[in-house]
Design a protein around this ligand. Sequence first.
Ligand code: NAI
Ligand code: MG
Length: 359
Amino acid sequence: MAEVKKIAVVAGDGIGPEVVAEAIKVMRKTEELFGLQFEFEHGLFGGIAIDERGTPLPQDTLEMCQRSDAVLLGAVGGPKWDSNPKELRPETGLLGIRKALGLFSNIRPANVFDCLKDASTLKPEVLEGTDLIVVRELTGGIYFGEKYRREGAHGEEAVDTCVYNVTEVERIVRQAFEIAQKRSKRLASVDKANVLETSRLWREVVIRIAPEYPDVELEHVLVDNCAMQLLRRPSSFDVIVTENMFGDILSDEAAMLTGSIGMLSSASLGEGSFGLYEPVHGSAPDIAGQGIANPIATILSVALMYRLTFGYEEAATAIETAVKNVLDAGHRTGDIAVDKSKALGTTAMGDLIVAAIKR
Ligand code: NAI
Ligand code: MG
């Protein structure tokens, strides 16, 4: 039996609790099959926490996350809280939890399931074999630099500053190299070193660190070129590492290679193995409470957790294979179904995946 791992569950709002319930079913099944052991603790988070506790991130929820080995998050938000002041908005809880847990990178895989290739706007032959991960820096860059307005010679001016220090670059680049080592051992570092000073520092750090990972094949790609290559040759990428704003844009571009938002998983990591795992999608208020949300994004986030936080490689692959087999057999939730009348609900999809997990 593996050591007991503590999982903090913050299901949040809308479809959050619906998809998280399916992910927990999957984890329970892998306990049985692979001798794993999880202890789940649930905390209030997001809009529901605002309603019940007057804050999106109550102190006890944060402490629960801090003493856990990994966090499983659903989604937060909804029209009910949209007009609230900033400190009483669900998204403020998201920023707060990432910051308080010291998470500095966001990891988003984009892998194309062959049987869903037709759902993408790209040609199936271009997508063939696409399986990449975008590692985005989360705490620095132009989003967090000093910003202000001033009166210039030609009227009002706005200034955003982009700052990166060596430590910030080093820690995320190392993490990306390590992730690449566990995959196909190819890393693309994306920057704009022909123009930006922060990018020149970024590239210097990458070049300095690279010899520590001799088994990883490294390429430097300028961000504008990367945006093109993602559409032309997506399957040639394995791990892409980049700064905050470039990563924001490229990870959304990469996500669209695969089609549906209901399929996209993510991880946020800090130092060490601790991580927060969540679907990329939001709380989907338009379909919440109907039992029709696609649970696959959250289930695949569990596979990421197993691989990146716990090193449960075999169980991670078993989950991914189960998802693939269920899709190959033609089962679909509404968001990915061609014939919507045959679409499965959230629980039915979860049950099929649970049943398909094999050792
Ligand atoms: P959304 O991702 O919630 O929904 C966009 C569209 O995709 C909707 O039509 C929805 O029905 C559909 N969709 C999303 N997930 C799905 C799933 N698993 N299965 C089937 N269909 C799915 O984004 P939207 O509508 O922009 O935001 C809704 C709320 O969620 C807002 O309050 C927003 O602030 C919040 N949000 C929260 C995030 C988080 O918790 N990390 C991320 C993005 C948005
Ligand atoms: Mg974005």
